[in-house]
Ligand binder design. Structure first.
Ligand SMILES: C[S@@+](CC[C@H](N)C(=O)[O-])C[C@H]1O[C@@H](n2cnc3c(N)ncnc32)[C@H](O)[C@@H]1O
Length: 194
């Protein structure tokens, strides 16, 4: 299967995978920075993991996924791409798993539960080494982060509010240099300065 076929497979089954422009940005960012230890929150079926490992051939990946079935499919896909030895898939709630992680990473891709980015941020900051990169997807969340709907019952409003707080926090955090890219659902690329 090619990456495009994998994307097709996912979309036909309503499995979320990142937008094409986001994939391009992620690939180019990883290719430029060549990380060796990558952490990902939100594996889905491994599409973004395969993108990152393809861009940095010496990297290893620890990736966390809540859904057992998605994680099982991800393991199969990593095997098909001959990447199994470079990947650990942790199955469970990232809110429980991430605080238990130790060691240092030089690249983190945050693409998990949308309303929770602020919860992960202190842990990810601790895990990320100086000079490391934090990429966060969906930070503009369907456009709702910048244009909060009038209807307060809007089902996405809590997520949008949380994401807005996260985005304001990370872009004003002196420990990071952050660029917001208006591609896909909005992506930040942050370099940890300290
Ligand atoms: C947008 S998808 C990830 C897409 C993937 N990164 C890609 O582009 O190929 C988000 C994933 O996060 C997972 N997820 C949601 N809540 C989670 C949680 N609390 N802990 C771990 N994973 C979670 C979902 O099951 C879903 O597979």
């Amino acid at each position: 299967m090619t990456l495009d076929e994998l994307k097709q497979y996912a979309r036909e089954r309503y499995i979320p995978v990142m937008a094409d422009e986001t994939k391009k940005l992620l690939f180019e960012t990883v290719r430029e920075r060549m990380p060796r230890r990558i952490l990902e929150i939100g594996t889905a079926i491994g599409y973004s993991g395969i993108v990152m490992l393809s861009a940095s051939p010496l990297a290893t990946l620890n990736t966390v996924e809540l859904s057992e079935s998605a994680a099982a499919q991800a393991r199969k896909n990593f095997a098909e791409w001959n990447m199994s030895e470079r990947v650990n898939v942790f199955v469970g709630d990232a809110r429980e798993i991430v605080p238990q992680l130790t060691g240092k990473y030089d690249f983190v891709f945050l693409d998990g539960p949308k309303g929770q980015y602020e919860t992960f941020f202190p842990y990810l900051t601790e895990l990320l080494e100086k000079g490391g990169t934090l990429v966060c997807d969906n930070v503009l969340y369907k456009g709702l982060v910048e244009h909060v709907p009038e209807d307060k019952r809007h089902k996405h409003i809590t997520v949008a509010r949380n994401m807005r707080a996260f985005l304001l926090g990370i872009t004003s955090d002196a420990r990071y240099s952050t660029t917001l890219y208006r591609v896909g659902d909005g992506v930040t690329v942050s370099t940890k300065l300290v």
